[in-house]
Design a protein around this ligand. Structure first.
Ligand SMILES: Nc1ncnc2c1ncn2[C@@H]1O[C@H](COP(=O)(O)OP(=O)(O)OP(=O)(O)O)[C@@H](O)[C@H]1O
Ligand SMILES: [Mg+2]
Length: 414
């Protein structure tokens, strides 16, 4: 009997030991994910508790004592994005109006609410803690060393509050960049210009109100205009004529818009210090420029003409709202007032806490980008130093077959 027991022990012992080892390894392997899951569960539960308490402080309780409820939470570097359901008898507008009280009650930097576009019962609520964009160190453009880019692809322009790269698709779009002096408008525009320059098929037309801001791209450009009104107007007339030719071509081909397979080049028309061209010394010239620009912005998209405008404050006395409102994409860098922020992004965004006047003046390049998503995204643009700009422009000029001693189009105009 004892011999049988010894035999069994000899056979079973190694199996038991192997099993025990496997179990220990399994527990060790499962510990980190288990720990993460537990921490996540704890975070979700405590956020829900604190949120419910904050809603009560903000007077968001309904008649039957219910408050807006967090149904899901996505963690960001800088806080949380929650999907919130308002109870019967409540509404998202009340939530929007309570963001300051909620931020104070939760001890957060900011609470932002955006109503679900399809259902009034739900809202996306951003609970922002620290500011991940506060670091003033410039961020290197990821495409800095690219040999070649395509403007048909999304353009990498910056990082969002989760430090995730942010892109904008510029095809069939126009963008207006605004903000106080020195906020980073030209720096942001230079990312779009760099991408366009590195796409040798793109025709660059530069309107440089400051003369020096876009100078680095001169050798990549088809036309460069300075602050003189008449040549700028003539250039817009040429663009308008090209646009009309393209529409006739599209009509003949039974098509409605230019596509990448057509071989028709995109135009990128960059106008820095836009207000300058709209507020010159001669009223008639201002009006002619404004009319041409309005036509280009409203009809140019499908013809492959993309307008990038940068100006400090596009208020009605500086820029006709008929033009401003046609820009589909808006990028508000820091502004001095909430009105100025609304002027750039569109009326009403500041009251929903998308207010570029709250951006720290020390945070150059931080702004609110209103693009594809339809809701402004707080972001920081990548930055190209002067040396980097020169290097990219040189590479782009080579790509376009321009030599260093080629006459620049600016000189040709002057
Ligand atoms: N994304 C950024 N990251 C870091 N620094 C930046 C960024 N953007 C701009 N800056 C800094 O801010 C300065 C001003 O930027 P920029 O010339 O683009 O401002 P602007 O809004 O065009 O000003 P203005 O209205 O005077 O033309 C830059 O020289 C640079 O030092
Ligand atoms: Mg500028």
């Amino acid at each position: 009997m004892s011999a049988v027991a010894a035999l069994v022990a000899r056979r079973v012992a190694p199996v038991a030991a192997a099993l025990a080892t496997a179990v220990v390894f399994l527990i060790l392997a499962l510990l980190p994910p288990l720990r993460r899951a537990l921490l996540r569960w704890e975070h979700v539960a405590s956020t829900r508790r604190r949120w419910a308490r904050a809603c009560r402080h903000a007077g968001l309780e309904t008649a039957n004592a219910r408050v807006p409820r967090i149904v899901s939470i996505r963690r960001l570097v800088s806080g949380d994005v929650c999907r919130v359901k308002v109870p019967a008898g409540g509404n998202v507008t009340a939530l929007e109006q309570s963001t300051e009280t909620l931020a104070a009650a939760l001890g957060l930097r900011e609470v932002r609410v955006a109503r679900d576009r399809l259902c009034g019962t739900y809202a996306e609520v951003v609970l922002a803690k620290g500011d991940p964009l506060a670091d003033p160190t410039p961020l290197d453009w990821p495409d800095l060393l690219a040999d070649r880019l395509s403007l048909w692809d999304p353009v990498t322009v910056g990082v969002d509050e989760n430090r995730e790269p942010l892109t904008v698709s510029m095809v069939e779009r126009n963008i207006l960049i605004g903000g106080e002096p020195g906020a980073g408008k030209s720096a942001a525009a230079s990312l779009l210009l760099a991408t366009a320059a590195l796409d040798p098929s793109v025709k660059l037309w530069l309107f440089d109100g400051k003369l020096v801001e876009l100078a680095v791209w001169q050798r990549c450009a088809e036309r460069v205009l300075d602050f003189h009104a008449e040549p700028a107007i003539t250039a817009l007339e040429e663009l308008q004529a090209e646009m009309n030719v393209r529409y006739r071509t599209l009509l003949t081909a039974d098509r409605r818009k230019v596509e990448s397979s057509d071989g028709l080049p995109l135009y990128l028309v960059a106008i820095d210090e836009l207000a300058l061209y709209l507020n010159g010394e001669d009223r008639k010239q201002d009006r002619r420029f404004a009319n041409l620009l309005r036509d280009l912005v409203s009809r140019g998209r499908a013809a492959g003409i993309i307008v990038v405008g940068a100006t400090q404050k596009p208020a009605a006395d500086v820029m006709p709202s008929a033009i401003r409102d046609l820009f589909g994409f808006r990028w508000a860098m820091r502004c001095s007032t909430r009105d100025a922020s609304d002027t750039i992004l569109g009326a009403g965004w500041a009251s929903l806490d998308y207010n570029a006047a709250t951006i720290d003046p020390a945070c150059r390049g931080v702004g609110l980008l209103l693009a594809e998503g339809g809701v402004p995204v707080r972001c920081k643009s990548y930055y190209l130093s002067d040396d980097q700009l020169r290097a990219v422009a040189q590479r782009a000029a080579r790509l376009r077959g321009r030599r260093a001693d080629d006459e620049s189009p600016a000189l040709a105009v002057a």
